[in-house]
Each structure stands twice: as structure tokens, then as C-alpha cells.
Design a protein around this ligand. Structure first.
Ligand code: SAH
Length: 454
């Protein structure tokens, strides 16, 4: 019989693993306990706060032996804020951790112990990398608060700075927070569904410097709009667009349907690897521009294009990868489920003068089989699915039509590994996997795999 862990026990144990949300894992008599703030390799003293059948939770009391990779988190609201999970781990430690996570699923889920998993491509300066911030505003004790939602709650962690967002976003966030009442406006009260300002969204085109500020308001009527524009332009003279977005619903969705330009054009432009993109208030766009270029370059390299290939970009979003590929391919077919994103993709293709791209809105698992049925043939397939991975029907279509090469871009190593196993069993070989750090300080892992027909 193993020792039965009880609530309120004070225990000492070694941390052997780290969970996806950055908690240390200790096993006491085989029973796993999750201890936020503890790192692998550390010996810690903790108090058991909760016990469930298969696992429990602990509160860190003392670090008896610290990890060599432990660093002082620079952010004042870490870890309560929840936006970052692993600021207390050195950046090298983070990258090593992320590689291990990919390695582990390649062994355990994909059953591919021999596939090389390269060291993670990280950032030189892993801070202030986000080109977009979506900041909720609220009233608390007569004051405006702004920051991020505390993990798994709807309570705002009031802050003056966020070290992974742009300095422009900091400046605008602070100015609006401290100036809102002077304009005679109130922030939104979620419970009473009252007040005016719900969110402020700031987006910056890294390559162009063009910056957009979106004020998400509960009501359309905005008599103070000139004063608000003046306030923002006063602290951010280079701002290129100020937009009002009206969201009058009781919802978690940040933006509503109506956008009203208050200053400047309705879009900003940005450039990744020589391709230009127009971004509107509501378009989807990768949030780490430097690493997006690294990720897409890796996908392009794995695609091995010579100019003669027909390529599919499945789950293409606004066509960012598609346009990267279109420079080197004969033709690119992009498919994406959100019609608005496909509109953006078409416009961006036109903006860049591409004539070899074709975009269609629909589910990849429906549209791609139809392309094949219509007699089209493809040499390379790039997939970049959401966390749940590729649809089973899409995988079956691939195994039936057998394109020579597949480039799998993944934001979830577990489903990547699952899908690679299915492809292996169907006659493909995984050649190598390159993780890329898109989200420093967070535990998200992105990876690209090269898969070829055996
Ligand atoms: N490749 C893009 C976006 C990847 S995110 C980029 O790099 O920017 C994954 C995308 O898959 C999202 O845009 C989502 O809307 C889309 N999606 C989700 N399920 C889908 C499906 N079944 N078929 C096609 N697209 C889907």
C-alpha cells in the first residue's frame, strides 16, 4: 500500500515534471501532485491543498533546493495574471523544456523514437514580442482597472505594463485607464451590463510601424469621441488608425459586428518576408511577427519547392502561409473555414500581385476531397490545424491520394504526434521535427514536421 496523501499535509518532494500550465509535478508514493511555481529538478516543501482520486494539488511553501534554471520573474503580476506560465524559468530552460515536450510525444504517442526533434528556434529578445493586445477594462471601487483576466476567472489583474506586449500598447492602456473618467466615460461592468468601454485592442504592424487602436464600446453613441481620439493621439502621435467597435451583447466575444472609423484608415498594413498584409480590426493575424517569419521559412524549406509544384495550404487563415509558398510554387490552393478570413486572403493575394493562388471557404475535410474529385493533383500539402489537429476525414483523403510531401505546422504536439502515427501507418515517413518558440514565457509549443511518402 502506498502512502495516502491527505489534505493539509506538509510534504517535501522532488519535482519531476512541468504541466502545460506551468505547475511542477511531484509524485508521492506514485500519487501525482501539481504544485504551481515549482520547477523540475527542485526539491520543495509544500502543503496539500486538494486531493482528488487520481491526483492532487499543492501550495509551494519553501524551495529547499532550487533549479539552476530558476530566474526572478520580471513581471509584477506573474503568476497571478495567467497570461504567462513560465517566467520563472530561464529562457534557455524554457526552450529546452519545449523541445522535451515534443520529444516526449514523439516517443510516447507517435512511437517515433528515431525521428530527430531539433533544438527549439527561439527569440533573441523574448519580451515585448506581441503585435496585438486585447485589454479588458472594468470599474472597481470607483476606479478604472485594466489588465488581463486572472487565470481561469473573469477578474481583471490590474496592471500598468505587460512585458510581452508592445510599449505602444502599454502607453495607450495607461492613458485610457487614467483618462477615461475625465472624459466622462465609465468602463464596462460585466455583472450589471452597464458602462461604456469594454476592451481596448492595440495592433501594430511590426515592419511598417502602423498602429491601430480599437475601442470596443457597449453603445454606439459616443459624444466624447473627438476627445478620446485626442487623448490617444496625445500619447501616441504615430497612431495611424483609431476605430470604434460596438459590442452590445452580453458575451465573451471581444468584438461586435459594427466598426466605425474615428481617425485614419480602417486597416493597417504589415509585411512578413516581403509579403504585404492588410489587417482590419477583426482579422486574424499571427501575433509574434519575428517568429512567424521563422516558422513560415521553416515550412517553406520543408515544402522543398522548385516552382513546378501544386500546393495545398489547409487551415490557411488569411493566407499568410499560402502567400509565402506562392512565391516559390506553380500554384497554391488555400482552404479555411472562416469566410471572412478567405476574403482577407484573396485581397492580400491581389495586393501582392499573385495570380497563382486560389482560396476557398469551407472545411478542409470537405473541400480538399472535392478538389481531388475534380481531377486536381497536388505535390505538397501544408496543414496548420487548430489544437484538435487534422480531421480524420482529411487524413483519410491524404492517404488515398498520397501527395509526395506533407508539411505539418502544429500548435499542439499531442495531436501532431497522433496524426503523424496515422500517416506513418498509411505509408508516410516523418523525417524531422523543428519546434519554433512563438510564445516565449508561456507554455505553448509550436512545431513543424516534414513528412514524406515512403
Ligand atoms: N495558417 C494560418 C492559420 C492557422 S490557425 C496562419 O498561419 O495564420 C488554424 C485555422 O484553421 C484557423 O484560421 C481556423 O479558423 C481554421 N479551421 C478550423 N477548423 C477548420 C476546418 N475544419 N477546415 C478549415 N479550416 C479550419
Amino acid at each position: 500500500m502506498s502512502y495516502a496523501v491527505q489534505q493539509n499535509d506538509r510534504l517535501t518532494a522532488e519535482i519531476t515534471d512541468l504541466t502545460h500550465d506551468g505547475a511542477g509535478v511531484a509524485k508521492v508514493g506514485g500519487y501525482p501532485l501539481f504544485i504551481p511555481g515549482a520547477l523540475p529538478g527542485e526539491t520543495v516543501e509544500f502543503k496539500v491543498t486538494k486531493t482528488l482520486k487520481k491526483y492532487g494539488f499543492g501550495m509551494l511553501l519553501n524551495i529547499i533546493e532550487a533549479s539552476e534554471d530558476r530566474v526572478e520573474p520580471p513581471c509584477p503580476v506573474f503568476p497571478e495574471c495567467g497570461g504567462c506560465q513560465i517566467q520563472h524559468l530561464s529562457y534557455e530552460g524554457q526552450l529546452e523544456r519545449k523541445r522535451k515536450m515534443v520529444r516526449e510525444v514523439m516517443d510516447r504517442i507517435a512511437k517515433l523514437p528515431d525521428v530527430p526533434v531539433h533544438p527549439v528556434k527561439g527569440m533573441e529578445h523574448p519580451w515585448r514580442y506581441r503585435n496585438k493586445s486585447q485589454i479588458p477594462f472594468a470599474e472597481r471601487d470607483g476606479q478604472v482597472v485594466a489588465g488581463f483576466f486572472r487565470s481561469r476567472t473573469h477578474s481583471i489583474m490590474d496592471t500598468e505594463t505587460c512585458l510581452i506586449q508592445s510599449t505602444e500598447a502599454d502607453v495607450v492602456m495607461r492613458a485610457i485607464k487614467h483618462g477615461l473618467h475625465k472624459l466622462g466615460l465609465k468602463a464596462y461592468d460585466e455583472h450589471k451590463d452597464k458602462g461604456f468601454l469594454r476592451h481596448v485592442v492595440i495592433r501594430k504592424g511590426k515592419a511598417t510601424g502602423e498602429t491601430m487602436v480599437v475601442l470596443v464600446t457597449r453603445k454606439r453613441k459616443f459624444p466624447q469621441k473627438d476627445a478620446a481620439v485626442e487623448l490617444i493621439r496625445g500619447v501616441l502621435p504615430d497612431v495611424t488608425s483609431i476605430i470604434q467597435n460596438v459590442n452590445d451583447r452580453k458575451t465573451n466575444v471581444i468584438m461586435g459586428d459594427e466598426t466605425i472609423p474615428l481617425f485614419g484608415p480602417e486597416v493597417i498594413t504589415d509585411e512578413i518576408g516581403g509579403v504585404r498584409f492588410e489587417i482590419s480590426a477583426r482579422s486574424f493575424y499571427q501575433i509574434n511577427p519575428d517568429q512567424t517569419e521563422v516558422l513560415y521559412s521553416q515550412a517553406l524549406e520543408y515544402a522543398g519547392l522548385t516552382g513546378d509544384e501544386s500546393v495545398i495550404d489547409a487551415y490557411c487563415g488569411i493566407g499568410t502561409i499560402s502567400l509565402f509558398l506562392a512565391k516559390k510554387a506553380k500554384e497554391v490552393y488555400g482552404v479555411e473555414i472562416v469566410p471572412q478570413a478567405i476574403e482577407d486572403a484573396k485581397r492580400n493575394a491581389e495586393l501582392n500581385g499573385f495570380t497563382n493562388t486560389h482560396f476557398e471557404a469551407g472545411a478542409a475535410e470537405d473541400v480538399i476531397p472535392r478538389w481531388y474529385k475534380d481531377g486536381k493533383r497536388f505535390d505538397v500539402l501544408v496543414v496548420d490545424p487548430p489544437r484538435k489537429g487534422c480531421d480524420e476525414h482529411l487524413l483519410r483523403t491524404i492517404l488515398e491520394h498520397r501527395p509526395k510531401r506533407i508539411v505539418y505546422v502544429s500548435c499542439n504536439p499531442a495531436t501532431l504526434a497522433r496524426d503523424l502515427r496515422i500517416l506513418e501507418d498509411g505509408g508516410y515517413k516523418t523525417k524531422e521535427v523543428q519546434p519554433v518558440d512563438m510564445f516565449p514565457q508561456s507554455s505553448h509549443v509550436e512545431a513543424v514536421a516534414l513528412v514524406e511518402l515512403k
